[in-house]
Design a protein around this ligand. Structure first.
Ligand code: ATP
Length: 365
């Protein structure tokens, strides 16, 4: 029942202790439902993770991977990171009882705004950095930082609180860097991931660079028409700040992004560097004024974000159809296989349209 060093996964029926409510979201092998603890009346989110039921199967998540996610969540305690309350297990699922994060995704919240200065934008980025600093101080890399995993605790406060979620790919980094066959969402992964090089905390910093680029402009720096093109763009660090999208962006903000989208992991900003960067922490009144006067390209952000949402919905419908087919096949004893957790499905269905490409470079490193 218990792996050494791991939490006890309770084997009682979760529904004896929690009233389950509506579906809040879903992932490749997980479904998340609102729930209420019967003894306290407190609201939580129950993440049902499908277990991989046999060694040969590629469906579901391996038990040791679920234990890793749980083990990592147990080590974390920070206002900007989702909290783990309890863990249950039955034959088919492990159920994580998580802090309820009810404010939706940060990007959805921003897409509803009429205007947004860089100063306001950095108040959110700073919270992301604070959460990541907590992770990195414990030598934990998230490895799947992307807009969908940056949520808001609630969206009523003047400055809503950021919560980082989904630690399914997170790893403890031993001895600085480690070879790992980890793959997040193509658009956001670092060149060392694309090139199967040793991975460390630096990979998260790259993703923060991509997220900031999108937040400020609506455009996505490396997104190509195919997954292969996206990965080639990342490996070649082939991006630029098109005037069309960045005409109102401060040099300070571009410098912040440049220092994160740095191929050489030794030259890339660390979390501490990022927190001390003058765009986040101005060192003189002029820098503070620049941030107040510069605005993010909300018009393009909204346009591209609507496309992104539409494509994600399309992907969920496609996934449902796929699952229906699997269930039908299971009934007739034919079991088609599905990709494991570490590899993201094809990118066709994903994300923001990248800026129009005008040139090709083989490498900038
Ligand atoms: P993926 O396959 O994308 O890696 P996953 O299977 O690991 O996802 P999560 O990303 O953790 O699952 O959760 C899926 C969705 O459920 C999230 O995108 C979010 O909408 C919702 N969700 C997850 N955790 C919470 C929470 N604590 N509170 C509210 N909603 C949540």
């Amino acid at each position: 029942m218990r792996t050494p060093g791991m939490a006890v996964f309770k084997h009682e029926n979760v529904e004896d202790f929690y009233e389950l409510g509506e579906v809040l979201g879903s992932g490749q092998f997980a479904i998340v439902k609102r729930c209420t603890e019967k003894s306290t009346g407190n609201a939580y989110a129950a993440k049902f993770i499908k277990k991989r039921l046999s060694r040969v199967s590629r469906r579901g998540v391996k038990k040791e991977e679920i234990e890793r996610e749980v083990g990592i969540l147990q080590q974390l305690q920070h206002p900007n990171i989702v909290e783990l309350h309890d863990v249950y297990e039955n034959r088919t699922d492990v159920v994580l009882i998580l802090e309820l994060v009810s404010g939706g995704e940060l990007f959805d919240f921003l897409a509803q705004k009429e205007s947004l200065s860089e100063e306001e934008a950095t108040q959110f980025i700073k919270q992301v950095l604070d959460g990541v600093q907590h992770l990195h101080s414990k030598k934990i890399a998230h490895f799947d930082l992307k807009p969908e995993n940056i949520m808001l605790l609630d969206n009523n406060a003047t400055l809503p609180r950021i919560k980082l979620i989904d630690f399914g790919l997170a790893h403890k980094i031993q001895d600085g860097a480690d070879f790992k066959n980890i793959f997040g969402t193509p658009e956001f992964v670092a060149p060392e991931i694309v090139n199967y090089e040793p991975l460390g905390l630096e990979a998260d910093m790259w993703s923060i660079g991509v997220i900031t680029y999108i937040l400020l402009s609506g455009a996505s720096p490396f997104l190509g028409d195919t997954k292969q093109e996206t990965l080639a763009n990342i490996s070649a660090v082939d991006y630029k700040f098109d005037e069309e999208f960045f005409s109102n962006t401060s040099e300070l903000a571009k410098n912040f992004i440049r220092q994160l989208l740095e191929k050489d992991t030794r030259k890339r900003m660390t979390i501490q560097d990022a927190l001390n960067h003058p765009w986040i922490k101005p060192v003189n009144p002029r820098q503070a004024l620049v941030k107040r006067l510069s605005v993010i390209n909300l018009e393009n952000f909204k346009r591209q974000y609507a496309r992104r949402r539409w494509k994600l919905s399309f992907r969920i419908v496609a996934l449902c159809n796929h699952l229906t087919r699997i269930m039908k096949n299971q009934k007739s004893q034919k079991l088609p296989e599905q990709d494991g957790r570490d590899c993201e499905s094809d990118q066709e269905e994903e994300t923001v349209k990248r800026r129009p490409r005008t040139r090709k470079r083989s490498s900038t490193s």
